[in-house]
Design a protein around this ligand. Structure first.
Ligand code: ZN
Length: 449
């Protein structure tokens, strides 16, 4: 029978990782005779919810198996083993063996991307359907687990190859040859992306925490990820790797319009006319957007880097669309959009008003006083209006993003614009899952990170 298993919120701030549980889940399921024909799913949900763990990632797998009751027991045992409950994980596991229920899960996915979904409501609905669920901690993970089952290949998606460290290496520095990452990037871009931050001269594929992820490479197809992975040189024996299909780098959380008044922690986009540009402490920039349905306050915080340059070039009257997450109102200010993307739709015409030139001799005329017009000192000709010359704008129409370091997992990099996938998902490639990494590469010490 066809089964869908979703898990979420097994990690804590101290270094467990839901994708690593996903890797072990697949390993165990294959061991139990589970048959895979679709990639495991790595699903990012609303990054603005206040109680998320680091990346707010959930994982779902789809497979064929004999007895879903046995699978459920095994999966619960794995979640217990890999969840960091004592450090704040609120794990959830959901098993669906009735594909006719999938539309319900798709609706939870859509809501969990851009809202805060009520846990109690979801758990009650699942119980009513007779869905098997398992929860640890406060059970918040059940929402993400259900949502991850609802993400499927019919929507825009990317792939990520995640390679995992052996347990004894977790917590030690990751040693990767920087130049090999740059070469890999140059040889596989734009089929892979987010490999290297050239502004800061930093490798982006390796995380820095104590978690078991050694590296993650993102791209548009499973094949190119395997190709890219082969090009990266490092000196560590790994535990294994797995390729996920994902909603990362698709802007999935920003595809819907924000409603007014702004709902705290929601995500989406809204268009309007710029006014009230101000800068605050710490390099944060603020402006108001007149949306036609009311004004909204927008903030571009200091870490957004490049996006602040864009705001500095905005002028009142510009028509833009902002996208991002809503910070709740405080005693000091209204609910505020934390801007993750700016689309400059049309620039207002900015003019520079000068005293007119004389139509006879070309001399710049002198003002005769407020509202009294202008006169040429050379030949006496008069004019009533100032001369308006349009100012050349530095800012172009188009889409602008924060610096790479400030982007979210869900942020669509510019290189993907026009490369969105619609339903054409790849079949499993040889090497999509590996529980033994034969490779140990030595790299020269000078190029170590
Ligand atoms: Zn003149």
């Amino acid at each position: 029978m066809k089964c869908f298993l979703g898990v979420d919120d097994t990690d804590s701030h101290l270094g467990h990782c839901t994708t690593y549980l996903g890797y072990h889940l697949v390993k165990r399921l294959i061991g139990l005779g589970g048959k895979f024909s679709r990639y495991p799913r790595l699903v990012r949900l609303n990054p603005n919810v206040p109680f998320k763990t680091r990346g707010n990632a959930a994982v779902a797998v789809e497979f064929e198996c004999g007895d879903s009751a046995e699978i459920f027991e095994e999966a619960c045992a794995l979640v217990e083993e890999y969840s960091d409950v004592s450090n704040g994980a609120n794990s959830g596991l959901v098993l669906v063996d009735n594909p006719s229920q999938l539309p319900f899960f798709e609706s939870i996915y859509r809501r969990a991307l851009a809202e805060v979904v009520n846990k109690r409501g979801v758990i009650n609905a699942l119980k009513e359907k007779g869905t098997r669920i398992f929860a640890l901690g406060n059970g918040m993970g059940v929402v993400g687990a259900a949502a991850s089952i609802g993400f499927n290949g019919s929507l825009d998606h990317t792939y990520e190859l995640l390679a995992y460290r052996r347990r004894e290496r977790c917590g030690t520095p990751r040693v990767v040859d920087k130049d090999s990452v740059k070469r890999m990037d140059q040889e596989t871009f734009p089929r892979t992306f987010n490999n290297y931050d050239y502004q800061r001269d930093r490798v982006l594929i390796t995380p820095h925490g104590p978690d078991p992820v050694f590296l993650g490479i993102r791209g548009g197809s499973p094949q190119v990820l395997l190709e890219a992975f082969k090009r990266v040189e490092f000196s560590e024996n790994l535990e294994g790797h797995m390729i996920y299909v994902s909603n990362q780098c698709t802007d999935a959380h920003l595809s819907h319009g924000l409603s007014l008044p702004l709902k705290a922690y929601s995500a989406g986009k809204i268009a309007g006319t710029v006014s009230g540009l101000t800068s605050g402490d710490g390099g944060h920039l603020y402006f108001e957007l007149e949306t036609g349905r009311g004004q909204v306050r927008c903030a571009v915080y200091e870490p957004a880097g490049d996006l602040r340059k864009v705001v500095r070039f905005l002028v009142p009257g510009d028509l833009i669309e902002v996208a991002g997450g809503v910070r709740r109102a405080t005693s000091k200010h209204d609910a505020t959009i934390n801007v993750e993307r700016i689309h400059v739709l049309s620039r207002t015409l900015q003019v520079n008003a000068k005293n007119p030139r004389c139509s006879g001799c070309g001399t710049r005329m002198k003002s005769e006083g407020t509202d009294k017009g202008f006169q040429c000192r050379a030949c006496g000709r008069r004019a009533s209006e100032k001369e308006n010359t349009p100012v050349r704008r530095t800012l172009m129409e188009g889409v602008y993003l924060p610096s790479p370091r400030a982007r979210r997992h869900l942020t669509m990099p510019l290189v993907r614009y026009g490369r969105e996938t619609n339903g054409d998902s790849y079949s499993l490639v040889k090497g999509w899952f590996s529980a033994s990494e034969p490779r140990l590469l030595r790299v020269p010490a000078r190029s170590l990170l």
